[in-house]
Design a protein around this ligand. Structure first.
Ligand SMILES: [Zn+2]
Ligand SMILES: [Zn+2]
Length: 261
């Protein structure tokens, strides 16, 4: 069985054929899908999909790239949505310094810190997006005001082995997706090889970053099987072992209240 721990089913790319996308994922053995959010509006949409489909769960939160206009009431609304039993995490939250200072770094850090605190108060795990911001992201998750008891994942992990070691020591999981299958990517497979299997999660980040052999097309949750296969190859372990362990990892971090596993 597979679990896609990061899949934007609420994205407009899926609005015309969502039933078929979910059916294809299920026929590939995907047991459940976690839909992380980027704004208040997508948090509401992800949660409504979670109510519509048994196999879909939501995470709610404000993404660093979309946080420029975050208002105080947005944080209250996220906390309110997080009370729903189908919400498994706060996310995706974090820092994205790819576009220089846009939104301003100080603002991104403030929005991230507030949501880390919120997750601690609600005792929910966090899904962290960290692009080109590894130093500041590590500093913030180490901060005293954030309780790490509920755990978290650095999704689409793109940092070094050295940073991975710090995050693993802090108790975080690392999530991997399409980029580990890309020929020119040497760094992520190194981290996959290094990290213990019981701290890895697999995800697609659909509709973005489709894995080989679908690269360049719309990504979808059925393709999480390609990530699992690549992970088995990198770790030189049977696919069955990868599926079993990553499923147990996902169930341990994201505690489904209606889960039967
Ligand atoms: Zn992300
Ligand atoms: Zn994402």
């Amino acid at each position: 069985m597979l679990i896609d721990t990061h899949c934007h089913l609420d994205d407009a790319a899926f609005q015309d054929d969502l039933d078929a996308v979910i059916a294809r994922a299920q026929s590939q053995g995907v047991a459940w899908i976690l839909d992380p959010s980027t704004t208040v509006a997508t948090s509401e949409r992800a949660l409504s999909l979670a109510h519509q489909y048994d196999c879909v769960y939501a995470a709610v939160g404000l993404h660093p790239e979309d946080c420029a206009d975050a208002e105080p009431e947005d944080f209250a609304r996220i906390a309110e949505l997080a009370a729903d039993p189908k919400v498994l995490a706060i996310g995706e939250i974090g820092l994205d310094y790819h576009w220089d200072d846009n939104p301003p770094k100080a603002h991104q850090k403030d929005v991230f810190a507030r949501q880390l605190e919120m997750a601690g108060e609600l005792n929910l795990p966090v899904i962290i997006h960290d692009r080109d911001a590894h130093g500041d992201a590590v500093d913030l998750v180490k901060s005293k005001s954030f309780s790490r008891d509920a755990g978290g994942v650095f999704h689409c992990y793109s940092g070094s082995v050295e940073t991975a070691k710090i995050l693993l020591d802090l108790g975080f999981y690392l999530g991997f997706d399409g980029p580990i299958t890309f020929k020119n990517n040497k760094k992520s497979p190194e981290v996959v090889a290094y990290a213990p299997l019981d701290r890895l999660l697999i995800e697609t980040d659909s509709p973005y970053m489709a894995p080989v052999p679908h690269r360049g097309k719309r990504n979808e949750p059925a393709f999480v099987s390609d990530i699992a296969a690549k992970m088995a190859e990198i770790k030189n372990l049977p696919l069955e072992k990868i599926l079993e362990t990553t499923q147990a990892n996902a169930e341990a971090l994201f505690k489904r209240k209606d889960g039967d596993a």
